[in-house]
Design a protein around this ligand. Sequence first.
Ligand code: F6P
Length: 363
Amino acid sequence: MYQLEGWVMKKIGILTGGGDCPGLNAVIRAVVRKSRRYKWTTIGIKNGWKGLIDGDMILLNDRHVSGILPKGGTILGTSRTNPFKEQENVKKLAENIKKFSIDAIVAIGGEDTLGVALKLHKMRIPVVGVPKTIDNDLSGTDYTFGFDTAVSIVTEAIDRLHTTAESHHRVIVLEVMGRHAGWIATMAGIAGGADEILIPEKPFDIEVICKNLKARYDSGKTFSIVVVSEGARPKETDKFAAISDEKDDFGHVRLGGVGNFLGKEIEKRMGVETRVTVLGHVQRGGTPTAYDRILATRFGVTAVELLKDGNYGKMVALRGNKIIPVELEEAVSKLKTVDMELYEIAKVFFGGITVEEIVDTLV
Ligand code: F6P
């Protein structure tokens, strides 16, 4: 439905899809406020793509976005609805775009939400994407908003677990989010000084983990912190630990359980008292960090500029210190997994320093 020459943009729709994350409201606010500069009306589409199928929308004005910058979650609600699962829903969605006179859409989401946006772009519906995921696994952008907040929360958790692990001489396993990519575990693990970090990109060997932990004990340390992404798995299997086999609209199962598996194995093999903490949705809730508020605001303002320029089918992205447009196709074609150079830095702190190493440094 790309418009004819001379047509003027009047109304844009905005939606948030997939798992929520801190900073969504900052994007919504930025989109509404920047749109007003162009005298556009903004319509909030409720609960991701579901709202467009059901025709569940709300006109957004300054009042709606006032005071939402520091608030977590999304004032629009979200869902993991995939309209392309049923052709009938694609029809309804297209009809509602027409019915509500929506000229263009800002879709804020991760690989699934933006995958739908790309399909709509191919149907010639004007759309731009804003990258959101605490997992930081979207290609094309250095960072997604929400990730910095999640890393801060996990780092604080590691700090807190350190003191109790040290007092009780225990191993504490901390399971964090990260379905396909271990960015949260790696970055927070480095920030919090984890003694072992296990990520989906590197299937683990339980014997090697215990060997490293034992080396720590041999070097005089009486506690250890192991950080594990929910999507990490032992090398013997290609199965992830899942809470149930039920899949969402995009084919994802709910992950969880690898932390408990590890805790039991470590305790059994090492004979050291072990505890497991699963951080879960605490990582996604609450107020965004200053970094995420700024990034989200820059993304929102730039998304509106792309629409103004007719630069559809793009996602706003952070490259270095600049916000640039990248093709939606590039953003969703493959996941951005952990940079192995970064993981090597984290690995320097795994295991213990042997007596031989200490002696070597003395001579
Ligand atoms: O997509 C982000 C994410 O937080 C993943 O890290 C996690 O696996 C998943 O969402 C959890 O989804 P839900 O909120 O549906 O349980």
